[in-house]
Design a protein around this ligand. Sequence first.
Ligand SMILES: Cc1ncc(COP(=O)(O)O)c(C=O)c1O
Length: 512
Amino acid sequence: MSFQKACKDIFTGCEGSMVIEMEQNRTPLLDAVEDLIDTKPAYFRIPGHRLNRGISSRWTKNTGDLIFSYDVTETPLTDDLHAPGGAIEEAQKLLSDLYGADESFFLVNGTTCGNEAMILSAAFEGQEIMVARNAHKSAMMGLVLSGAVPVYVMPSTIADWGIQGEIAPEGVRALFREHPHCTALFLVSPTYYGICSNLREIAEICHENNALLLVDEAHGGHLYFDGEAAADRRRGALQCGADICVQSMHKVTGALTQSSVLHIKNHGVRSEVLSRVAQNLHLVQSTSPSYLLMISLDCARYELAMHGECMYEKAAGLAESARSRINGIVGFRCFGKADGCVFDETRLVISARGLGLSGFALDELLFETYGVNVELSDHENVLAIVTYANEAQDLERLVGACAEIGAAYRGQGGENDTRVIMERVHFPGLPKQCITPRQAYFSAKKEVSWADAIGKISGQVLAPYPPGIPVLYPGEMISPEAWAYIEDFRKKGRHIHGAGKNGKLEWIKIIV
Ligand SMILES: Cc1ncc(COP(=O)(O)O)c(C=O)c1O
């Protein structure tokens, strides 16, 4: 049963109508928790703050206390994430219906735990699994848990922007020839920067090779609502043939931080793996999942079902207008259609290289002088994520700040200006893998000075953050190239995961 719903409201702020399933008009978990609150229980369960009574007034004086009543636990009314048979089961079913999955799961430990569970399910100790080298470090954690042997596939480089691009289907095909026993391919699409791989073709290649396509779609849960993507590759992973995908609903939709979802679609390939996923999610998730997070997933799904296309359109429209205005500022440019990639139009990749400003420097200026917070920066670019919840005035501030920076810095810069990009960044090639991430994780290690680390076998991960893509995995030889790449981040004082307690990367753990 379906009906037309005019979707102009304060949530989306845009007009339009879409056909939605009547069923999607429900929020079973929100309703169940409200039913529990309505019983005005004498509460002797966990959590100890007793609904809205026990949270510090230091906090509630600003927020009010009602929201804390929703922080409850498993009861006969509120179901159990680890054995769902009521409200959570219904909410997850609505989610899988919306996304076209066979089965969907709420995750309360982010896409991080979903990626771990995917890899843990897909490959046992000693089995080969193909992993995109631009994968988030949660893939490495999955490899440590499973003991699988990674076979890395390199993404393309978009040299003009100093960023990594798509995973090419030809590269995947060639690697399957060399490693026909890979049980799965794990990749990220879209990337942090919004670059989409040709998942349809890659899914076919995987399935021809009796391998699963596992997609880290942390940044892509909104793409399913891009009405114009129907004919191109900017479509959701499930629509393109992925077997499992994970989405950070907190990154691009209205769910709270840490709230993600995992979807399964059975294509008849390695079906036994799919049945292991639920069990492996128990391994990587809390036994006390937060109801605030799960309710936020239920409500985010509801809003997408009601207004998803409007929400996407609004974000894409705001981003497109900002893109064209920033492109008009001398010294600035934005990644766009002319760069020849399929990309998520709601991502704004902005470079002020024309002014001699690195992405890091631009980020600092935007933050410190204009209060404009972008998601991340690199040597060349800053990345702004535009969502349905941004308003035109946010983009005004971004564009206005770029215009002022453009006026201030035109004609400045030069060799002695530390903000100037002296050279383009080259991503290091694949370091030699000496032992698997799991073997490395459990091996004896010692610390050596970072300055003396070249040629040693790394006992740890090193990943500039964000985006959290490891340059070195545990068990890999520290090549001069990888060392120099990380050293550049270290010298600039950038945040590196694995850089020790003081973050200065004075020492590194190596395998003894
Ligand atoms: C590509 C990618 N995958 C996974 C993650 C981890 O997601 P979460 O923060 O939901 O755990 C991130 C986080 O930034 C990411 O960028």
